[in-house]
Write a protein that binds this ligand. Structure first.
Ligand SMILES: Nc1nc2c(c(=O)[nH]1)N[C@H]1C(S)=C(S)[C@@H](COP(=O)(O)O)O[C@H]1N2
Ligand SMILES: [Mo]
Length: 334
């Protein structure tokens, strides 16, 4: 559901809601050949009700054991769990915020295989159980800032991406890290239906420079709020890079490949002038069609809570990551 924060129908300068921004993003997709519902559903013989009907119960999560982190934690108020798991962007399960929780209900995550490949001396594969047992799990409370100008504060469980990469022993040709989401159109209706999937090309791919990936903040999450990840949040394993816009935090990963050249990433390929490879949260660099100066923080506030806050450089993580970009023009490398 889109949470409305407008008190009336007027849009003032400071009241560009994430809903209006979300609609802008959908308009872009439409311009790229994203057609209407009836046309596309007719072609596929898919019934939306049939996709979710197999089970009325929700996706199952289980409690995880974890330790307290040594990392410095933020003190922002947490976004309630109910909102974290029901307001999602996961286009493989539908491009609307309330679709992933519904269409991912029956997503099968066990068995799973996550491959670590490419420019490494010791490639390896983790099966479902090994995602939870190969590294000590810790809790990290991070801000998540979507490019649509809403944000949350989420207690993730997982481990440092750097620890996984070190285990594979990258060779000297490894310069970037490429991540890939599962491609399984039978389970992920957005991958076979352009209406549901927003017309983006699958599988979803993301990437980081190797030094970004090795930064202490880069986190592989296998859980949130003390339990395994809900399907709609990227079960069984997803990336979290809290100083970057949310679209970098790729979900349901099956491959992490160390590569020499900068990978071609999903949103950047779709609209390179709107979504950069770096995608660092930056209040001074606006999206071509909307401002990034402020955001709506999703809290426990009611329907009319405005909760509009100023966006911070690198989403407030400058101390940990500004060094990575010290000689770069961030207006050019957005
Ligand atoms: N595979 C995949 N990963 C994805 C997305 C997606 O559509 N597909 N959406 C991204 C976007 S735009 C955001 S804001 C975050 C949202 O994460 P959340 O639903 O857990 O809050 O996931 C990101 N990861
Ligand atoms: Mo996003």
């Amino acid at each position: 559901m889109l949470i409305k924060i407008k008190r009336n129908n007027e849009l003032t300068e400071n009241d560009v809601t994430d809903e209006s921004v979300y609609k802008e993003r959908r308009k872009l997709l439409k311009g790229l050949g994203f057609a209407g519902a009836s046309t596309l559903l007719a072609g596929t013989g898919l019934s939306l009700n049939a996709l979710a009907k197999d089970s009325d119960s929700s996706f199952k999560t289980t409690p995880l054991k974890f330790t307290k982190t040594n990392a410095k934690q933020i003190t922002d108020k947490l976004t309630p769990e109910a909102k974290v798991i029901s307001h999602n962007n996961f286009y493989e399960f539908g491009a609307k915020k309330d679709q992933p929780i519904e269409y991912a209900k029956n997503f099968k995550v066990d068995p799973w295989q996550l491959k670590i490949t490419g420019e490494v001396n010791k490639p390896f594969t983790l099966d479902y159980e090994q995602l939870f047992s190969s590294f000590e799990l810790e809790e990290r409370i991070y801000r998540l800032r979507c490019v649509e100008a809403w944000s949350m504060v989420i207690p993730w469980l997982g481990f440092r991406l750097a620890d996984l990469i070190k285990k594979a022993e990258p060779n000297s040709d490894a310069k970037y890290v490429k991540f890939k989401t599962l491609y399984d159109p039978k389970q992920m209706p957005g991958q076979s239906n352009r209406y549901l999937g927003g017309g983006i090309n699958y599988p979803y791919v993301e990437g980081l420079r190797l030094d970004e990936a090795m930064n202490d903040l880069s986190f592989l999450s296998v859980g949130l709020y003390g339990k395994t990840l809900p399907a709609q949040n990227g079960a069984p394993i997803r990336l979290v890079t809290p100083w970057k816009y949310g679209f970098k935090s790729i979900k349901s990963i099956v491959e992490i490949e160390l590569v020499t050249r900068k990978p071609k990433t999903t949103w950047n390929k779709l609209a390179p002038n709107e979504y950069g490879f770096y995608a660092n949260v930056n209040p001074n660099v606006d999206h071509p069609r909307w401002s990034q100066a402020s955001e709506r923080r999703i809290t426990s506030g009611g329907l009319f809570a405005r909760n509009r806050i100023e966006t911070q450089m690198f989403n407030g993580y400058a101390e940990q990551v500004a060094e990575l970009y010290k000689n770069m023009n961030l207006k050019r490398y957005y």
